[in-house]
Design a protein around this ligand. Sequence first.
Ligand SMILES: Cc1ncc(COP(=O)(O)O)c(C=O)c1O
Length: 479
Amino acid sequence: MKKLGILNELIKYSNGNVVSFHVPGHKNGKIFEKYNIDINNIGRLDITEIPGSDNLHAPDGMIKDAQEKAKRFYGSDYTFFLINGTTCGIISMIMAVTNPGDKIIVQRDCHKSVISGMILADVAPIYVKPEICSKFLLSMAITPQSIEKALEKHPDAKAVIITYPSYYGICSDIEKIAQVVHRHNKILIVDEAHGAHLKLSNRLPISALDAGADIVVQSTHKTLPSFTQSSMMHVRDGKIDIDKLKFMLSLNQSSSPSYLLIASLDIAMSIIEEEGKFLIEKLIDNICDFKRQISGIQELSVISQEIFGKYGVKDIDETKLTINFRTLGIKGTQVEEILRTKYAIQLETADIYNILAITSIGNDKNDFLRFSRAIKGIYDDRKTPHRTMENPEFSFAIPDMEFLPREAIYREKTSIPFIKSNGKISGEYIIPYPPGIPLICPGEIINEEIIKYVELLKNLGIRIIGLRDESLNTINVIQ
Ligand SMILES: Cc1ncc(COP(=O)(O)O)c(C=O)c1O
Protein backbone atom coordinates (compact mmCIF):
# COMPACT_ATOMS: atom_id res chain seq x y z
CA MET A 1 0.00 0.00 0.00
CA LYS A 2 1.37 3.39 -1.00
CA LYS A 3 -0.86 5.71 0.95
CA LEU A 4 -0.13 4.56 4.49
CA GLY A 5 1.40 7.95 5.23
CA ILE A 6 1.55 7.96 9.01
CA LEU A 7 2.27 4.26 9.37
CA ASN A 8 5.09 4.49 6.83
CA GLU A 9 6.61 7.39 8.75
CA LEU A 10 6.39 5.41 12.01
CA ILE A 11 8.06 2.42 10.39
CA LYS A 12 10.77 4.66 8.93
CA TYR A 13 11.49 6.14 12.38
CA SER A 14 11.46 2.72 14.03
CA ASN A 15 14.05 1.45 11.53
CA GLY A 16 16.41 4.35 12.21
CA ASN A 17 18.27 2.81 15.19
CA VAL A 18 17.56 5.98 17.13
CA VAL A 19 18.46 6.07 20.83
CA SER A 20 15.35 7.15 22.69
CA PHE A 21 15.82 9.51 25.59
CA HIS A 22 12.20 10.57 25.37
CA VAL A 23 8.90 9.13 26.48
CA PRO A 24 7.37 6.52 26.23
CA GLY A 25 9.34 4.45 28.71
CA HIS A 26 9.50 1.27 26.61
CA LYS A 27 12.12 3.04 24.43
CA ASN A 28 10.97 2.19 20.91
CA GLY A 29 9.70 -1.17 22.13
CA LYS A 30 13.22 -2.36 23.01
CA ILE A 31 12.18 -3.69 26.41
CA PHE A 32 9.28 -5.70 24.90
CA GLU A 33 11.75 -7.36 22.53
CA LYS A 34 14.15 -8.06 25.39
CA TYR A 35 11.46 -10.05 27.25
CA ASN A 36 9.93 -11.62 24.10
CA ILE A 37 6.57 -9.97 24.73
CA ASP A 38 4.58 -10.75 21.63
CA ILE A 39 2.73 -7.62 20.58
CA ASN A 40 3.63 -7.77 16.91
CA ASN A 41 0.18 -8.51 15.57
CA ILE A 42 -1.60 -5.51 17.01
CA GLY A 43 -4.59 -5.85 14.67
CA ARG A 44 -5.57 -9.17 16.20
CA LEU A 45 -5.13 -7.89 19.72
CA ASP A 46 -7.29 -4.78 19.28
CA ILE A 47 -10.61 -6.06 20.61
CA THR A 48 -13.54 -4.43 22.37
CA GLU A 49 -15.76 -5.49 25.28
CA ILE A 50 -16.76 -9.02 24.37
CA PRO A 51 -17.60 -11.94 26.67
CA GLY A 52 -14.57 -12.63 28.83
CA SER A 53 -12.74 -9.36 28.14
CA ASP A 54 -14.11 -7.49 31.18
CA ASN A 55 -15.05 -3.76 31.25
CA LEU A 56 -12.74 -0.93 32.28
CA HIS A 57 -15.62 1.12 33.69
CA ALA A 58 -16.94 -1.72 35.88
CA PRO A 59 -14.21 -4.34 36.07
CA ASP A 60 -14.83 -7.74 37.59
CA GLY A 61 -12.52 -10.02 35.59
CA MET A 62 -9.06 -9.72 34.06
CA ILE A 63 -8.94 -5.91 34.31
CA LYS A 64 -9.91 -6.06 37.98
CA ASP A 65 -7.14 -8.63 38.58
CA ALA A 66 -4.59 -6.44 36.80
CA GLN A 67 -5.64 -3.37 38.77
CA GLU A 68 -5.37 -5.39 42.00
CA LYS A 69 -1.81 -6.37 41.06
CA ALA A 70 -0.93 -2.68 40.51
CA LYS A 71 -2.69 -1.71 43.75
CA ARG A 72 -0.54 -4.18 45.70
CA PHE A 73 2.65 -2.93 44.07
CA TYR A 74 1.98 0.75 44.74
CA GLY A 75 0.39 0.13 48.15
CA SER A 76 -2.82 2.04 47.37
CA ASP A 77 -6.36 1.36 48.56
CA TYR A 78 -7.81 1.81 45.05
CA THR A 79 -6.05 1.77 41.69
CA PHE A 80 -7.67 2.68 38.38
CA PHE A 81 -6.22 2.07 34.92
CA LEU A 82 -6.64 5.10 32.64
CA ILE A 83 -6.64 5.10 28.85
CA ASN A 84 -6.91 8.86 28.24
CA GLY A 85 -3.60 9.70 29.86
CA THR A 86 -2.87 11.44 33.12
CA THR A 87 -4.80 14.35 31.62
CA CYS A 88 -8.15 12.59 32.16
CA GLY A 89 -7.05 11.53 35.66
CA ILE A 90 -6.18 15.07 36.71
CA ILE A 91 -9.43 16.48 35.35
CA SER A 92 -11.40 13.71 37.09
CA MET A 93 -9.58 14.21 40.43
CA ILE A 94 -10.34 17.92 40.44
CA MET A 95 -13.98 17.33 39.49
CA ALA A 96 -14.28 14.65 42.17
CA VAL A 97 -12.88 16.61 45.11
CA THR A 98 -14.58 19.96 44.38
CA ASN A 99 -17.99 21.44 43.70
CA PRO A 100 -18.46 24.39 41.30
CA GLY A 101 -17.37 27.61 43.00
CA ASP A 102 -14.80 25.95 45.30
CA LYS A 103 -11.19 27.07 45.66
CA ILE A 104 -8.09 24.96 45.21
CA ILE A 105 -4.45 25.76 45.91
CA VAL A 106 -2.24 25.04 42.94
CA GLN A 107 1.35 25.66 41.93
CA ARG A 108 1.65 28.29 39.23
CA ASP A 109 3.75 26.07 36.94
CA CYS A 110 1.18 23.26 36.86
CA HIS A 111 0.51 21.23 33.72
CA LYS A 112 -2.24 22.52 31.44
CA SER A 113 -4.47 19.57 32.36
CA VAL A 114 -4.74 21.11 35.86
CA ILE A 115 -6.01 24.35 34.30
CA SER A 116 -8.37 22.31 32.09
CA GLY A 117 -9.66 20.56 35.23
CA MET A 118 -10.28 23.91 36.91
CA ILE A 119 -12.12 25.23 33.85
CA LEU A 120 -14.32 22.13 33.63
CA ALA A 121 -14.94 21.95 37.39
CA ASP A 122 -15.51 25.72 37.57
CA VAL A 123 -13.20 26.21 40.54
CA ALA A 124 -11.04 29.15 41.54
CA PRO A 125 -7.27 28.68 41.54
CA ILE A 126 -5.17 30.10 44.35
CA TYR A 127 -1.71 30.09 42.79
CA VAL A 128 1.48 29.45 44.72
CA LYS A 129 4.75 30.56 43.15
CA PRO A 130 7.53 27.97 42.82
CA GLU A 131 11.16 28.81 43.54
CA ILE A 132 13.18 29.60 40.40
CA CYS A 133 16.82 28.77 39.60
CA SER A 134 18.21 31.50 37.37
CA LYS A 135 21.12 29.42 36.08
CA PHE A 136 18.90 26.71 34.59
CA LEU A 137 16.01 29.21 34.24
CA LEU A 138 13.76 26.43 35.49
CA SER A 139 11.14 26.40 38.18
CA MET A 140 12.24 24.34 41.13
CA ALA A 141 10.27 23.35 44.21
CA ILE A 142 7.16 24.47 46.04
CA THR A 143 7.96 24.96 49.72
CA PRO A 144 5.81 23.66 52.59
CA GLN A 145 5.90 27.24 53.96
CA SER A 146 4.30 28.68 50.81
CA ILE A 147 1.57 26.03 50.97
CA GLU A 148 1.02 26.76 54.66
CA LYS A 149 0.71 30.49 53.94
CA ALA A 150 -1.82 29.88 51.17
CA LEU A 151 -3.87 27.59 53.43
CA GLU A 152 -3.85 30.16 56.24
CA LYS A 153 -5.02 32.86 53.84
CA HIS A 154 -7.64 30.61 52.19
CA PRO A 155 -8.96 28.26 54.89
CA ASP A 156 -11.97 27.55 52.66
CA ALA A 157 -9.79 25.93 49.93
CA LYS A 158 -10.81 22.30 49.28
CA ALA A 159 -7.50 20.81 48.21
CA VAL A 160 -3.87 21.39 47.28
CA ILE A 161 -2.44 20.15 43.96
CA ILE A 162 1.28 19.78 43.40
CA THR A 163 3.44 18.34 40.61
CA TYR A 164 5.93 15.77 41.90
CA PRO A 165 8.48 15.18 40.49
CA SER A 166 8.67 17.96 37.93
CA TYR A 167 9.30 17.29 34.24
CA TYR A 168 12.99 17.91 35.04
CA GLY A 169 13.02 15.59 38.08
CA ILE A 170 12.87 18.26 40.78
CA CYS A 171 11.16 17.07 43.97
CA SER A 172 9.59 19.35 46.57
CA ASP A 173 9.51 18.30 50.21
CA ILE A 174 6.33 16.31 49.69
CA GLU A 175 6.30 14.67 53.11
CA LYS A 176 6.27 18.05 54.85
CA ILE A 177 3.72 19.39 52.36
CA ALA A 178 1.46 16.39 53.12
CA GLN A 179 1.77 17.09 56.85
CA VAL A 180 0.85 20.76 56.33
CA VAL A 181 -2.11 19.91 54.09
CA HIS A 182 -3.43 17.29 56.49
CA ARG A 183 -2.96 19.54 59.52
CA HIS A 184 -5.35 21.92 57.76
CA ASN A 185 -7.63 18.97 57.08
CA LYS A 186 -7.41 19.33 53.28
CA ILE A 187 -6.82 16.88 50.46
CA LEU A 188 -3.39 16.50 48.83
CA ILE A 189 -3.67 15.77 45.10
CA VAL A 190 -0.45 14.90 43.31
CA ASP A 191 0.28 15.07 39.60
CA GLU A 192 2.93 12.34 39.57
CA ALA A 193 2.88 12.12 35.76
CA HIS A 194 6.68 11.78 35.77
CA GLY A 195 7.04 9.46 38.76
CA ALA A 196 5.47 6.04 38.09
CA HIS A 197 8.92 4.46 38.49
CA LEU A 198 9.87 6.02 41.84
CA LYS A 199 8.59 3.04 43.81
CA LEU A 200 11.23 0.83 42.17
CA SER A 201 14.28 1.91 44.16
CA ASN A 202 15.15 3.61 47.40
CA ARG A 203 17.93 5.38 45.48
CA LEU A 204 15.07 7.38 43.92
CA PRO A 205 12.87 9.95 45.69
CA ILE A 206 9.97 8.68 47.81
CA SER A 207 6.75 8.07 45.85
CA ALA A 208 3.88 10.51 46.37
CA LEU A 209 1.56 7.89 47.85
CA ASP A 210 4.21 6.74 50.35
CA ALA A 211 4.82 10.40 51.25
CA GLY A 212 1.17 10.87 52.29
CA ALA A 213 -0.71 12.01 49.15
CA ASP A 214 -4.45 11.26 49.17
CA ILE A 215 -4.81 10.82 45.42
CA VAL A 216 -2.17 10.49 42.73
CA VAL A 217 -2.06 10.12 38.94
CA GLN A 218 0.94 8.70 37.12
CA SER A 219 1.70 8.57 33.40
CA THR A 220 2.87 4.96 33.42
CA HIS A 221 3.66 5.44 29.72
CA LYS A 222 6.23 8.16 30.39
CA THR A 223 8.66 6.34 32.66
CA LEU A 224 7.64 2.65 32.52
CA PRO A 225 7.09 0.26 29.62
CA SER A 226 3.45 0.86 28.69
CA PHE A 227 1.89 2.47 25.61
CA THR A 228 1.43 6.21 25.20
CA GLN A 229 -1.77 7.45 26.87
CA SER A 230 -1.90 4.63 29.44
CA SER A 231 -1.81 5.91 33.02
CA MET A 232 -2.86 4.94 36.54
CA MET A 233 -4.62 6.63 39.41
CA HIS A 234 -3.99 5.57 43.00
CA VAL A 235 -6.18 6.57 45.93
CA ARG A 236 -5.88 6.35 49.71
CA ASP A 237 -9.00 5.53 51.68
CA GLY A 238 -10.49 8.31 53.75
CA LYS A 239 -10.84 11.68 52.12
CA ILE A 240 -12.00 10.84 48.57
CA ASP A 241 -15.59 10.05 47.56
CA ILE A 242 -14.88 6.96 45.44
CA ASP A 243 -18.31 6.81 43.78
CA LYS A 244 -18.03 10.44 42.67
CA LEU A 245 -14.50 9.77 41.42
CA LYS A 246 -15.65 6.72 39.41
CA PHE A 247 -18.43 8.81 37.89
CA MET A 248 -15.96 11.55 36.88
CA LEU A 249 -13.63 8.94 35.36
CA SER A 250 -16.46 7.55 33.26
CA LEU A 251 -17.33 11.11 32.19
CA ASN A 252 -13.79 11.90 31.08
CA GLN A 253 -12.72 8.59 29.52
CA SER A 254 -13.68 6.89 26.30
CA SER A 255 -16.53 4.38 26.46
CA SER A 256 -14.49 2.30 23.99
CA PRO A 257 -11.24 1.82 25.88
CA SER A 258 -8.32 0.37 23.95
CA TYR A 259 -7.39 -3.11 25.13
CA LEU A 260 -3.89 -2.55 23.80
CA LEU A 261 -3.46 0.31 26.27
CA ILE A 262 -5.03 -1.66 29.10
CA ALA A 263 -2.87 -4.72 28.35
CA SER A 264 0.23 -2.55 28.16
CA LEU A 265 -0.35 -1.35 31.73
CA ASP A 266 -0.48 -4.97 32.82
CA ILE A 267 2.69 -5.73 30.83
CA ALA A 268 4.47 -2.83 32.55
CA MET A 269 3.38 -4.17 35.95
CA SER A 270 4.58 -7.70 35.11
CA ILE A 271 7.97 -6.43 33.96
CA ILE A 272 8.51 -4.26 37.00
CA GLU A 273 7.29 -6.89 39.46
CA GLU A 274 9.66 -9.51 38.08
CA GLU A 275 12.64 -7.48 36.89
CA GLY A 276 12.05 -3.88 37.96
CA LYS A 277 14.41 -3.68 40.91
CA PHE A 278 17.27 -5.25 38.98
CA LEU A 279 16.66 -3.06 35.91
CA ILE A 280 16.38 0.18 37.85
CA GLU A 281 19.62 -0.42 39.75
CA LYS A 282 21.37 -1.02 36.42
CA LEU A 283 19.81 2.15 35.02
CA ILE A 284 20.98 4.26 37.97
CA ASP A 285 24.49 2.79 37.67
CA ASN A 286 24.54 3.62 33.93
CA ILE A 287 23.47 7.19 34.71
CA CYS A 288 26.27 7.54 37.29
CA ASP A 289 28.78 6.26 34.69
CA PHE A 290 27.41 8.68 32.10
CA LYS A 291 27.82 11.62 34.47
CA ARG A 292 31.37 10.54 35.24
CA GLN A 293 32.15 10.31 31.51
CA ILE A 294 31.08 13.90 30.83
CA SER A 295 32.37 15.30 34.13
CA GLY A 296 35.61 16.44 32.46
CA ILE A 297 33.69 19.13 30.56
CA GLN A 298 33.75 21.86 33.19
CA GLU A 299 31.37 24.13 31.29
CA LEU A 300 28.49 21.66 31.49
CA SER A 301 26.32 21.20 34.53
CA VAL A 302 23.78 18.50 35.22
CA ILE A 303 20.94 19.13 37.65
CA SER A 304 22.09 16.97 40.49
CA GLN A 305 22.33 16.54 44.19
CA GLU A 306 24.25 19.79 44.70
CA ILE A 307 20.95 21.68 44.54
CA PHE A 308 19.48 19.74 47.50
CA GLY A 309 18.37 22.23 50.08
CA LYS A 310 18.43 25.14 47.60
CA TYR A 311 15.25 26.53 46.01
CA GLY A 312 13.24 24.31 48.36
CA VAL A 313 14.51 21.17 46.58
CA LYS A 314 14.28 18.03 48.73
CA ASP A 315 15.34 15.44 46.20
CA ILE A 316 16.07 14.81 42.51
CA ASP A 317 14.84 12.04 40.26
CA GLU A 318 18.15 11.40 38.57
CA THR A 319 16.63 9.28 35.79
CA LYS A 320 15.90 12.64 34.17
CA LEU A 321 19.10 14.21 32.90
CA THR A 322 18.91 17.97 32.60
CA ILE A 323 22.16 19.28 31.17
CA ASN A 324 22.83 23.02 31.09
CA PHE A 325 24.92 24.45 28.22
CA ARG A 326 24.70 28.08 29.26
CA THR A 327 28.37 28.51 30.13
CA LEU A 328 29.40 26.79 26.91
CA GLY A 329 27.44 29.35 24.93
CA ILE A 330 25.61 26.76 22.78
CA LYS A 331 21.83 26.79 22.84
CA GLY A 332 20.17 23.65 24.16
CA THR A 333 17.97 23.64 21.05
CA GLN A 334 21.11 23.53 18.84
CA VAL A 335 22.48 20.61 20.87
CA GLU A 336 19.17 18.77 20.45
CA GLU A 337 19.35 19.20 16.68
CA ILE A 338 22.95 17.98 16.45
CA LEU A 339 22.19 14.95 18.64
CA ARG A 340 19.20 14.09 16.46
CA THR A 341 20.72 14.65 13.02
CA LYS A 342 24.36 13.67 13.55
CA TYR A 343 24.19 11.08 16.34
CA ALA A 344 20.66 9.57 16.00
CA ILE A 345 19.85 10.40 19.60
CA GLN A 346 16.38 11.78 20.28
CA LEU A 347 15.94 13.83 23.44
CA GLU A 348 12.73 14.59 25.27
CA THR A 349 13.06 18.37 24.94
CA ALA A 350 15.48 21.29 24.81
CA ASP A 351 15.33 25.00 25.47
CA ILE A 352 17.68 27.93 25.17
CA TYR A 353 19.94 26.78 28.03
CA ASN A 354 19.16 23.10 28.72
CA ILE A 355 18.58 19.70 27.21
CA LEU A 356 16.42 17.08 28.91
CA ALA A 357 16.96 13.34 28.43
CA ILE A 358 14.29 11.12 29.97
CA THR A 359 15.79 7.72 30.64
CA SER A 360 14.09 4.51 31.75
CA ILE A 361 14.62 0.83 32.45
CA GLY A 362 14.24 0.40 28.67
CA ASN A 363 17.62 2.12 28.07
CA ASP A 364 20.80 0.05 28.13
CA LYS A 365 24.50 0.78 28.71
CA ASN A 366 25.13 1.28 25.01
CA ASP A 367 22.54 4.11 24.85
CA PHE A 368 24.47 6.00 27.53
CA LEU A 369 27.82 5.33 25.84
CA ARG A 370 26.48 6.77 22.58
CA PHE A 371 25.13 9.75 24.52
CA SER A 372 28.38 10.57 26.34
CA ARG A 373 30.44 10.18 23.13
CA ALA A 374 28.02 12.49 21.32
CA ILE A 375 28.22 15.14 24.05
CA LYS A 376 32.03 15.00 23.95
CA GLY A 377 31.87 15.22 20.13
CA ILE A 378 29.70 18.34 20.31
CA TYR A 379 32.10 19.87 22.81
CA ASP A 380 35.15 19.12 20.63
CA ASP A 381 33.43 20.47 17.49
CA ARG A 382 32.28 23.73 19.05
CA LYS A 383 33.40 26.68 16.98
CA THR A 384 32.24 29.63 19.01
CA PRO A 385 34.29 30.97 21.89
CA HIS A 386 32.79 30.36 25.33
CA ARG A 387 30.39 32.99 26.46
CA THR A 388 27.73 32.86 29.11
CA MET A 389 24.21 33.65 27.96
CA GLU A 390 22.51 36.20 30.16
CA ASN A 391 19.04 35.98 31.66
CA PRO A 392 16.72 38.94 31.75
CA GLU A 393 15.48 39.71 35.28
CA PHE A 394 11.82 39.06 36.09
CA SER A 395 9.86 38.83 39.34
CA PHE A 396 7.41 36.09 38.23
CA ALA A 397 4.83 37.88 40.39
CA ILE A 398 1.35 36.44 39.86
CA PRO A 399 -0.81 39.09 38.17
CA ASP A 400 -4.21 40.21 39.49
CA MET A 401 -7.13 38.03 38.39
CA GLU A 402 -10.29 39.70 37.09
CA PHE A 403 -12.14 36.59 35.90
CA LEU A 404 -11.86 32.91 36.84
CA PRO A 405 -10.38 30.71 34.08
CA ARG A 406 -13.79 29.30 33.12
CA GLU A 407 -15.47 32.68 32.84
CA ALA A 408 -12.51 34.08 30.88
CA ILE A 409 -12.83 31.29 28.31
CA TYR A 410 -16.46 32.19 27.53
CA ARG A 411 -16.09 36.02 27.47
CA GLU A 412 -16.04 38.01 24.19
CA LYS A 413 -12.52 38.89 23.09
CA THR A 414 -10.86 41.34 20.77
CA SER A 415 -7.38 41.45 19.26
CA ILE A 416 -5.12 44.44 20.08
CA PRO A 417 -1.37 45.20 19.66
CA PHE A 418 0.48 43.44 22.49
CA ILE A 419 2.56 46.51 23.38
CA LYS A 420 -0.66 48.42 24.02
CA SER A 421 -2.18 45.79 26.32
CA ASN A 422 -1.09 47.25 29.68
CA GLY A 423 -4.05 47.13 32.10
CA LYS A 424 -6.17 44.91 29.80
CA ILE A 425 -7.58 41.51 30.80
CA SER A 426 -5.86 38.75 28.88
CA GLY A 427 -7.96 36.27 26.93
CA GLU A 428 -4.94 34.01 26.39
CA TYR A 429 -1.98 32.36 28.09
CA ILE A 430 1.60 33.61 27.75
CA ILE A 431 3.91 30.77 28.77
CA PRO A 432 7.64 31.09 28.00
CA TYR A 433 9.73 27.88 27.88
CA PRO A 434 11.82 27.91 29.96
CA PRO A 435 10.75 28.03 32.73
CA GLY A 436 7.18 27.02 31.72
CA ILE A 437 5.49 29.27 34.28
CA PRO A 438 2.54 31.19 32.82
CA LEU A 439 3.29 34.92 32.84
CA ILE A 440 -0.40 35.44 32.32
CA CYS A 441 -3.51 33.22 32.25
CA PRO A 442 -6.90 34.03 30.71
CA GLY A 443 -8.78 36.41 33.00
CA GLU A 444 -5.62 38.05 34.46
CA ILE A 445 -4.53 41.65 34.02
CA ILE A 446 -1.52 42.32 31.79
CA ASN A 447 1.00 44.75 33.29
CA GLU A 448 3.97 46.77 32.04
CA GLU A 449 6.56 44.39 33.58
CA ILE A 450 5.12 41.49 31.58
CA ILE A 451 5.11 43.46 28.32
CA LYS A 452 8.77 44.51 28.74
CA TYR A 453 9.84 40.99 29.74
CA VAL A 454 8.10 39.34 26.79
CA GLU A 455 9.78 41.79 24.38
CA LEU A 456 13.17 40.75 25.86
CA LEU A 457 12.32 37.04 25.58
CA LYS A 458 11.32 37.48 21.95
CA ASN A 459 14.70 39.06 21.20
CA LEU A 460 16.48 36.16 22.94
CA GLY A 461 14.53 33.64 20.84
CA ILE A 462 12.89 32.00 23.87
CA ARG A 463 9.84 29.93 22.90
CA ILE A 464 6.50 31.32 24.04
CA ILE A 465 3.40 29.15 23.90
CA GLY A 466 -0.32 29.58 24.57
CA LEU A 467 -0.92 32.32 22.03
CA ARG A 468 -3.02 32.51 18.91
CA ASP A 469 -0.51 34.96 17.35
CA GLU A 470 2.81 33.21 17.98
CA SER A 471 4.80 36.32 17.02
CA LEU A 472 2.97 38.08 19.90
CA ASN A 473 2.46 41.24 17.91
CA THR A 474 -1.21 41.02 18.91
CA ILE A 475 -3.06 39.50 21.84
CA ASN A 476 -6.71 38.66 22.48
CA VAL A 477 -8.07 40.62 25.43
CA ILE A 478 -11.43 40.41 27.14
CA GLN A 479 -13.75 43.30 26.26
C1 LIG B 1 3.48 17.42 34.74
C2 LIG B 1 2.52 16.76 33.79
N1 LIG B 1 1.29 16.45 34.21
C3 LIG B 1 0.38 15.87 33.41
C4 LIG B 1 0.70 15.55 32.10
C5 LIG B 1 -0.34 14.89 31.24
O1 LIG B 1 -0.01 13.55 31.09
P1 LIG B 1 -0.57 12.63 29.90
O2 LIG B 1 0.27 12.95 28.71
O3 LIG B 1 -0.36 11.24 30.40
O4 LIG B 1 -1.99 12.98 29.70
C6 LIG B 1 1.98 15.85 31.60
C7 LIG B 1 2.31 15.53 30.21
O5 LIG B 1 3.30 15.91 29.66
C8 LIG B 1 2.90 16.48 32.47
O6 LIG B 1 4.13 16.81 32.03
